[in-house]
Design a protein around this ligand. Sequence first.
Ligand code: HEC
Length: 119
Amino acid sequence: MIRKTAVIAFLAPIIMFGSVLSGVATADEAMIEKGKEVAFDRKKGNCLACHMIDDGSLPGNQGPPLISMKARFPDKAKLRAQIYNPLERNPNSFMPPFGLHNILSDGDIDAIVEYIYTL
Ligand code: HEC
């Protein structure tokens, strides 16, 4: 006969682990969603002014289209650095240094990185 406590002891970690996993998934989704919002917002990132991104409307073309980001930036920190301060990689860049000049908060930049890393 299977004892109730044995069943609980067996199932509890699985259920707990499952909820931890789904908790992480929703947190990531929310962050990606927020990143897209900030990137597209004309009064915040306004990345569409210069970049073609995803399904964004009326994109500019002064910057390269933001596609295949994982392949082009295997190191996520370099992608973040490009957004934080593009002048580090290219001193003549006219892309705004979003982090350095406090145009966007660190949290907003993290969210944008998560979002464009999905493209
Ligand atoms: C005023 C125009 C402008 C705006 C606004 C702008 N960028 Fe850029 N971006 C550029 C240009 C030009 C480059 C080309 C490299 C350079 O000059 O730094 C670039 C390069 C990049 C790159 C590197 C792409 C590659 O393939 O090397 C990334 C990533 C990027 N921008 C992300 C963003 C994000 C995210 C935003 C919004 C938060 C943004 N950019 C806003 C002009 C802009």
